[in-house]
Design a protein around this ligand. Structure first.
Ligand SMILES: NC(=O)c1ccc[n+]([C@@H]2O[C@H](COP(=O)([O-])OP(=O)(O)OC[C@H]3O[C@@H](n4cnc5c(N)ncnc54)[C@H](OP(=O)(O)O)[C@@H]3O)[C@@H](O)[C@H]2O)c1
Length: 293
């Protein structure tokens, strides 16, 4: 828990109880006291990821791309803290959810008795340049996917600031963990397949357990702590090396790349200083590089 931390304000609502949001809601329910209200969790469908809703969680359907702000507020009525964890999947338009859906959610949030809003964004909101990028990097990415994420971040920051609502934006690296194992990154490399590029871009990943830790810590920040926190692990080993090790572990030859490896990794390395100094997260999975066989 961060120093000078505030107690968790309950009830807490988790909007988007998917790969990350579901274990966040479960962890919040597990730490609830006897008299605490249930954690309110929502999915678009109103169903829990693997069927069984854990105890201490009240699940409701919510589609922020379809409902008006008053209707969203009615679903989240009474929430004192809000965690936003939705993602569009393959079916929804990214801008419609991340920007327009978030606009509606924020309009609803402004009418709730909230003490903190935690919004999960992505390191794709940072520019792709060959450098270390810290939590306060002012520059936008060029590519549209990241620009949508950055636009949503700005909306969260500006709207919450306008309503004096304490906010935290968690910029998550690529998530892996149970059900989304690291070897999935390896897909696309068939036995004879050639992967594009040279695989020498640094990786920026985070294990789901550590992303959950970051959300829980952000919920207890003191009210005057507002800002962006990059949530990545310490390991930026390029994909080329990771894929080679995964292949060796699977008894396969290393994947072939379109281009030979350059002398060094080139690309963005997202720094995680504030994750440690402000949120005081001690990473359970500081490295994602598999051990050699
Ligand atoms: N996955 C990654 O590698 C990664 C990397 C960086 C950042 N992030 C960020 O991490 C957060 C969580 O990602 P995730 O991988 O846990 O996502 P996920 O597993 O795809 O879960 C998304 C959740 O959002 C809900 N949802 C989808 N559309 C919605 C809508 N229109 N209104 C309300 N809820 C909606 C889904 O409900 P249904 O299941 O019912 O549709 C589901 O509960 C997102 O903010 C994402 O941008 C993820």
């Amino acid at each position: 828990m961060p120093s000078g931390a505030s107690p968790l304000a309950r009830p807490i609502a988790v909007v988007g109880a998917g790969f990350l949001g579901a274990p966040v809601a479960a962890a919040l329910a597990a730490t609830a006291g006897a008299g605490d209200p249930p954690v309110l969790a929502t999915t678009r469908s109103g169903t829990w990821p693997n069927g069984h809703v854990p105890g201490g969680i009240e699940l409701r359907p919510l589609d922020v791309a379809a409902l008006s702000p008053p209707d969203i507020a009615a679903v989240l009525a009474g929430a004192r803290a809000l965690v936003v964890c939705y993602a569009p999947g393959k079916q929804q338009d990214r801008r419609e959810l991340y920007v327009e859906g978030t606009r509606r959610l924020l309009a609803a949030a402004a009418t709730l008795p909230l003490t903190r809003l935690v919004y999960t964004s992505s390191t794709s909101a940072l520019p792709d340049r060959d450098a270390w990028l810290d939590d306060d990097c002012p520059d936008w990415p060029d590519e549209p996917r990241g620009r949508v994420q950055r636009e949503a971040e700005e909306l969260v920051r500006d709207t919450c600031t306008g309503h004096d609502l304490p906010w935290t934006i968690l910029r998550l690296g690529g998530l892996y963990g149970p059900g989304r194992e690291l070897f999935r990154l390896y897909r696309g490399a068939g036995d004879d397949g050639v992967l594009s590029g040279d695989g020498m871009q640094p990786t920026n990943l985070v294990h789901r357990d550590d992303a959950v830790q970051a959300v829980l810590a952000a919920l207890t920040l003191a009210p005057d702590e507002r800002g962006v926190v990059n949530v990545v692990d310490d390991d930026h080993t390029p994909r080329r090396e990771i894929f080679a090790r995964l292949a060796a572990l699977a008894g396969r030859p290393p994947p072939r790349w379109e281009r030979p490896a350059g002398p060094a990794a080139v690309g963005k390395r997202v720094g995680n200083a504030r994750l440690k100094t402000l949120l005081r997260v001690v990473l359970r999975h500081p490295s994602h590089t598999p051990a050699s066989p």
